[in-house]
Structures are given as C-alpha cells and as structure tokens.
Design a protein around this ligand. Structure first.
Ligand SMILES: Cc1cc2nc3c(=O)[nH]c(=O)nc-3n(C[C@H](O)[C@H](O)[C@H](O)COP(=O)(O)OP(=O)(O)OC[C@H]3O[C@@H](n4cnc5c(N)ncnc54)[C@H](O)[C@@H]3O)c2cc1C
Length: 426
C-alpha cells in the first residue's frame, strides 16, 4: 500500500514542477561524480533521502553517516513488547542502500560547520558537502522529572527501539500475575502520537492472556489523544476493567520519577507504585541539530515548508521527528514522505530549478491486539505559506466496525510495514 501511495505522491510532486524527468533514473550502480550530498541518520527519514537522491540523480555522490550498523524500527516494537513478534523481524541493514550506490559510513557525527559546509565525525574526520540532509530523530530530555539515563535501566522508556524494548518485555514476563504496570505518557509533541496507546493495548493483550489479574494504569499529561474514540471503544471491547486511563485534568501528569522504588508522583501529589514502570519521557530533536544551532527554543527544528530546508542554513535540509512540521505527526511514514520532498528539492536546487510543489502523506496504523487494527491518515500541502491538512482528505477508521474490518486493518498494518521498510532499506 505504501509503495503505491508514495509513488503517486512522488510523481505528483515531481510532475507539479515539471521535474518528471528526474524520476526516470534508477541508480543501482556505483557512486556518482557530481555534487556531494551527505545524509546524517540512517533511520526512516535519512535512509529514504539517501536512496531517493540517488534514484533521482545517479550523478550525485551520496554519503550516509549512521552510528549503528543495524537499524531497529520503533514501528512494530510494541508487538515485541506484547510478546508476539521478534526484534529481529524489525531489524534492517544497509546493504540495500549500498546497492543503490550510497556510500554508508558508520560513525558518530559530533559537529556541523555550516559556514565551511563540513560534517565533523567523532575522531575529527571532516566530510565536505554541497547539500546536507539531517534526520537524527529524537533525544530524551534526560534529567526532567528526575529521570536519568541510569534510571532507564530500571524503568525503561523503550521509545528508541532495541535493548530498551527487550528490557520492558522481560520485565513484563517477570512480573507476577496480579501486578500493576504503570505507563507515563508525555504532553505533545513527541515521537508517534498514537504509539503509547498502541503500547498500552498490546501490554493489556499480554496481561489478559497470560496474567489476567494484573492492571495497567496510564498516567497521561494530556486530556485527549490521537484516535481516542477508537482506542476507548477497543479497550471497552477487549480489555474492560484492565486499563485505567488518567488524563491531565484528573491528575495524570507525572512530575517526579523514582526509578529505584518504581514510584511516580503526579502534579497534585498522588504517588503510584508500579511493579513494572514504563516511563515515556519528554523529547527534543536529536542532539546533533541542537549542537548545530538549528533548533529553536522549542527543542525542534523550524523548516521552510516547501523544501524542509533549515530556516537558518539553506544548504541543510532537516526531515523526520527532529522538525516542527505540524500538522504532520512525528511518524516514520511522515519522515519517509518528507525525505522524498527534500530529495526532490535538493536535486532541483542543484540544477538551478525551482523546488516542486509538494504533497505529503501519512498513515498511522495502531494495533489493539494482533488482529485488531485502526488507522488515521492525512494528506498535507503548503497552503498560505504553511504546512496544512488538505481539506476533505484523510480521516480515521470508522467507529463500530466489525471484527472482520478490524482484522483487515491489522493485516494492512503488516503490509504497510513490509512496503515501507522495503522502500527505505530495500
Ligand atoms: C513505540 C513506537 C511505535 C511507532 N510506530 C510507528 C508506526 O506504526 N508508524 C510510523 O509511521 N511511525 C511510528 N513510530 C515513529 C517512528 O519510529 C519515527 O517517527 C521515525 O523513526 C522517525 O524517523 P527519523 O528519521 O526522524 O528518526 P529515526 O528513524 O530514529 O532515525 C534517526 C537515526 O539517526 C541516527 N543518528 C542520530 N544522531 C546521529 C549522529 N549524531 N551521528 C550518527 N547517527 C545519528 C540514529 O542512530 C538513527 O538511526 C513509532 C515510534 C515509537 C516510539
């Protein structure tokens, strides 16, 4: 589904500015000899940008810098926590990108010299660029509410997939039947708006099937959330009495975490003791864009809507979770869509042509159980100089749908994942 969706939008944006000739090339060979584009971050946004830059213009020399040799996706990590998927199924390498002629370097980027157009790697090596794409994702606001990096080993956030995902899973397995799982959910904006509620659903699925006397308490720093009517309907149908959601106005905001005692304290002084504590902290853009001075006081990066160029450095394009791109959510699908827009804008700029008029897409699937799926979809354009929902587009799954309908949506979620991961790392 994603490939068809993305290809349509991609052709639309290329066609809109008369750039359809850009789409005909399909690079699979060695790196080019033309302008050099460096991409930092080999996740949803960065890997897409690297691949599509080469597809749009095989003459480009594209270098991707990523600290890890394997990428583990957050999408479907809640299924690992729920106990019905392996982490290996969510793990991808960079052989596919190398096959598209992208040079892949595994290193930590420690600095960016925008004036000299240099990316600085740990160890001091410097990579020159003509254009730079940054897609570093998020970083955790360590220290806020007393939650430190060491605390994450006791009360995992699991908001970056990998060892944290497995730690939370193991803690749930070790918890006795009758235990209390507490999840703390941050205020907006954060990575993947419906993600905490999908996680709650799949933890509830595990508890219902394996530890039915247990309880799940959701302490939320807001009063409403993505796809709320659908989640509430599903929880009533599947997990009645098991999940308790406490919104901001009912004292849901956690103000202090004591990871050693697995205790949290809320705004009005209520203390909650957990057997398993999943604390999802507040977040900022990935540290490298903050170090480079590209973020504003919100902690996120403002971008030029049409191109996703940094408003502060025109040769630097920032995509994915690190940006302020509302109403687009911080999702893998949006990062993938933004990266294609940025790639097309870079190719146009290097050719002295105007950037295309972009269209972005997003669909977020959430599982409430392995065979119960719901979705929210959006289509976005630049309207009056700002990114905006296209009127009349998008929407959410219907309420009151049949079990067969929810089952189909769960299978569409699997197809979406297979398609988008192939589109990015394949
Ligand atoms: C539980 C959960 C479920 C989710 N489910 C979905 C879903 O179903 N659908 C969906 O669309 N989205 C989902 N998301 C959101 C999705 O994971 C993110 O929106 C997406 O990963 C953002 O892409 P990105 O490129 O901005 O960042 P990432 O994909 O995180 O990639 C960033 C990369 O940059 C690298 N990096 C960062 N800094 C440096 C540096 N200085 N040097 C070298 N490398 C660096 C990192 O190692 C990382 O590989 C989910 C998120 C969570 C937490």
């Amino acid at each position: 589904m994603t490939n068809a969706f993305d290809r349509r939008s991609f052709l639309a944006l290329a066609g809109a500015a008369g750039l359809s000739s850009l789409t005909s090339a399909c690079a699979t060979g060695p790196a080019g000899t033309g302008p050099r584009v460096v991409v930092v971050g080999g996740g949803f946004g960065g890997a897409t940008a690297a691949k599509y830059l080469r597809r749009l213009d095989p003459s480009l020399r594209v270098t991707l810098v990523e600290r890890s040799t394997r990428f583990i996706t957050c999408p479907f990590s809640n299924s690992v926590i729920g106990g019905f998927r392996s982490l290996e199924a969510n793990t991808f390498g960079y052989e596919g990108l190398r096959g598209h002629g992208v040079e892949v370097i595994h290193a930590e980027v420690t600095n960016i010299d925008a004036a000299a157009r240099l990316v600085v790697l740990q160890g001091g090596e410097k990579l020159p660029y003509d254009k730079l794409v940054l897609s570093p994702g998020i970083d955790i606001k360590w220290g806020a509410q007393g939650y430190s990096e060491a605390d994450a080993e006791l009360a995992p956030h699991a908001w970056k997939a990998g060892p944290q995902t497995l730690l939370l899973r193991r803690q749930l397995e070790a918890m006795p039947d009758g235990g209390v799982v507490v999840m703390s959910i941050p205020a907006n904006p954060y990575r993947c708006p419906p993600g905490p509620y999908e996680r709650a659903s799949l933890i509830a699925h595990y508890l219902k099937t394996r530890k039915p006397r247990s309880k799940l308490l959701l302490l939320d720093a807001k009063d409403s959330f993505s796809k709320q009517p659908l989640f509430i309907e599903g929880w009533d149908a599947l997990y009645k009495g098991l999940i308790e959601w406490v919104p901001l106005s009912k004292d849901g905001k956690v103000t202090q975490v004591d990871a050693k005692r697995l205790t949290v304290e809320t705004e009005f002084g209520t203390r909650h003791k957990a057997d398993v504590l999943n604390y999802i902290p507040g977040q900022t853009a990935g540290g490298i864009v903050i170090a480079a001075g590209l973020a504003d006081s919100s902690g996120w990066v403002p971008v030029v809507p049409q191109t996703f160029q940094s408003v502060k450095a025109p040769d630097i394009y920032v995509v994915g979770d690190a940006t302020s791109a509302a109403p687009q959510p911080k999702s893998g699908f949006a990062a993938n869509s933004q990266a294609k827009v940025a790639a097309a804008a870079i190719v146009a700029s290097l050719r002295g042509q105007p950037a295309p008029d972009p269209i972005w897409m997003n669909t977020c699937y959430s599982l409430l159980s392995p065979d119960y799926g719901i979705t929210v979809a959006g289509v976005y354009r630049v309207i009056n100089g700002k990114i905006a929902d296209v009127p009349g587009s998008g929407g959410i799954s219907p309420k009151g749908a049949s079990a067969m309908f929810r089952g189909l949506e769960a299978s569409y979620a699997e197809s979406w994942y297979a398609n988008i991961t192939q589109d990015i790392w394949g």
